[in-house]
Design a protein around this ligand. Structure first.
Ligand code: HEM
Length: 161
């Protein structure tokens, strides 16, 4: 396997990981949270959410690591670190920003305080806590979709001026 084969492998892994990861965020945002808000009694909502999203969070951790490693390999291969200093490559900044937010939430904030904090908020006022949870997911999903669109166009030669 030469380094070009490895580059293609990195691109394939990057996209497969992004599809599973952001696809999962899409399902949680567009299907799971709205269904829990509309159909489930507040007393069961939190337990159900923690079970279902807990499972997804485990997968998402692996997927963020694969996305980052394959992304860094592609930057090295393309010798493209200088893109970070050019606004034309805003989609590189956005991809990296999204990766950073998700990684912080999954690996640092959740275990340190976010899980406990959300649990307390949802016990106090379920409607309000789930409304905010939904909003945060909508913002992150929207940014992720913009990053995907920008990266697809940018990495296939479209130049944003
Ligand atoms: C540390 C995090 C990341 C790094 C270092 C990174 C790096 C890269 C690099 C170097 C490319 C290839 C660019 C080119 O061929 O010119 C790429 C492509 C791409 N990335 Fe990322 N990325 C990261 C995270 C993400 C995230 C979070 C998403 C999704 C929200 C994403 C979605 C994509 C997409 C859709 C492509 C286009 C692939 C193609 O059309 O062939 N990346 N990324």
């Amino acid at each position: 396997m030469d380094s070009f084969d490895l580059f293609v492998l990195a691109r394939v892994l990057h996209i497969v990981a992004v599809v599973l990861w952001i696809g999962g965020v899409g399902l949680v945002t567009l299907v799971l949270i709205p269904s829990l808000r509309a159909m489930t009694a507040p007393s069961q909502r939190l337990a159900l959410f923690e079970q279902l999203e807990g499972r997804f969070a485990k997968q998402a951790k692996w997927l963020t690591v694969i996305t980052m490693l394959s992304g860094v390999y592609m930057i090295e291969f393309l010798n493209a670190w200088s893109r970070y200093s050019s606004f034309e490559f805003w989609w590189m900044h956005l991809m990296t920003f999204i990766w950073l937010i998700f990684s912080l939430v999954l690996f640092v904030f959740e275990p340190l305080f976010l899980h406990r904090w959300f649990h307390q908020q949802a016990e106090k006022d379920s409607e309000h806590a789930f409304m905010w949870l939904h909003r945060m997911h909508q913002v992150l999903l929207s940014l992720s979709l913009i990053a995907i669109a920008g990266a697809m166009a940018g990495s296939h030669g479209y130049s944003f001026h």
